[in-house]
Design a protein around this ligand. Structure first.
Ligand code: F3S
Length: 392
């Protein structure tokens, strides 16, 4: 791998031990993936921020770092709402350790928005190189925006944040952005008629695609639907980039590349079958974090209703602070809206044996990360489940 003089100097330790360790990490990664060089990144997004997922060894590693980030860097959700963790039942020792994790990231210069929707705060441009770690944000940045990022591990994203560079391989290169397979969706109404079904559709599509790049036909998702679709495909498979015919910015360019590719079909009936009935103890929405539009939809579904089982809604603090009246409207029903965290990375959901979600990603992760059975439903069905009503 070709390094500049400055990069060689960092590797030799001329700029301190932490920058040297970070350079060793990026060079090692670059060698594994045959990268020819390092390229500058416009921003980074770092995962591995919840004490639930990193534990004491991860915290010790973070506390050993002594450097600052050199590009705008946003943190992924942590294990608790930083302001309302007591009422959410987070144990004191967990909260103290989570605060230590946050203190390290603050010292490193990382922005503490704690969200998996960093594109709402630092919107990337088409073609821009990034080093983002959160799988749903990676899928969105690559697919909906046409920016370029690999699905970084937490330490690699942090190394890129500190050095402002990442190895040039994978989805940074044109040739790896072409579709490997076509998925035709049948029976989805055009426009956003099936808006609530994109999480379930993504769950099925991700199982077909695995870690390949799918090209989807027959759907017209809006940005929130693309978010749900990508998050689910990234979780049930390992999709980091997808194209949607007539919708995503690189789909037209790659249309000729779909000829002769492996083809699959998913029907609206198969999606509906996934939304099967199962008794649930609690309902959680907001994976990835709710946008303003999604908060508005949930508030309107809850208008005039009271929940009779726990209903949790997760969003970014950025969205929460800009939509206080929607948050109040949701909480008037007895539901709770939390920021900085989510149903998967927080210990909050571990006390329930079954959880209903509106997200393909949460559906894939709740069983292993929270030890609960998961049921997926539309947003309307989730609200009906929590309020004892009918989805209509
Ligand atoms: Fe975000 Fe948590 Fe889902 S980090 S994508 S809300 S699992």
């Amino acid at each position: 791998m070709e390094l500049t003089r400055e990069e060689e100097g960092i590797l030799e330790g001329r700029e301190g031990e932490t920058r040297q360790r970070m350079m060793e990490l990026l060079v090692g990664l670059g060698k594994v993936f045959s990268a020819s060089r390092l390229i500058p990144v416009a921003s980074a997004q770092v995962s591995g921020a919840s004490y639930k997922t990193i534990g004491r060894w991860g915290l010790a590693w973070l506390e050993s770092l002594d450097a600052t980030v050199t590009v705008p860097t946003i943190l992924n959700p942590v294990g608790m709402d930083r302001e309302r963790w007591r009422e959410a039942g987070i144990p004191q020792d967990f909260a103290e350790n989570q605060e230590r994790v946050l203190a390290v990231f603050r010292r490193l210069g990382v922005r503490l928005e704690c969200t998996c929707t960093p594109y709402e705060i630092l919107p990337p441009r088409f073609g821009e190189h990034l080093a983002w770690a959160e799988s749903s944000a990676v899928a969105y940045a690559n697919s909906a925006i046409g920016a370029r990022t690999n699905r970084e591990g937490g330490p690699a994203a942090l190394a890129a944040a500190i050095l402002g560079k990442t190895p040039c391989y994978g989805l940074h290169l044109d040739e790896n952005r072409a579709p490997h397979l076509v998925i035709r969706v049948e029976g989805f109404s055009r426009g956003c008629g099936h808006q609530d079904h994109y999480g379930a559709l993504g769950y099925l599509a991700g199982r077909i695609a695995g870690d390949r790049v799918p090209f989807l036909r027959g759907i017209r998702p809006n940005p929130d639907c693309l978010k749900a679709l990508g998050a689910a495909m990234a979780a049930s498979g390992a999709v980091a980039l997808f194209h949607v015919e007539g919708v995503t910015p690189e789909a037209g360019r790659f249309l000729p590349a779909t000829v002769g590719r492996e083809e699959h079909t998913i029907t609206a009936g198969e999606v509906a079958a996934l939304l099967a009935e199962m008794p649930v103890e609690a309902v959680a929405m907001g994976c990835p974090h709710c946008s303003a539009g999604e908060l508005e939809e949930i508030a309107s579904l809850l208008r005039g209703k009271r929940v009779n089982k726990p209903l949790f809604v997760f969003t970014s603090r950025h969205a929460m602070e800009r939509n206080r009246s929607l948050v109040e409207a949701i909480e008037a029903s007895g539901a709770r809206v939390y920021a900085d965290t989510c149903m998967v990375v927080s210990p909050m959901m571990e006390g329930y044996s079954s959880v209903m979600v509106d997200s393909g990603k949460a559906f894939a992760y709740v069983p292993s990360m929270c030890g609960a059975l998961a049921r997926i439903g539309t947003r309307k069905e989730c609200v009906a489940e929590a309020t004892g009503g009918k989805a209509g």
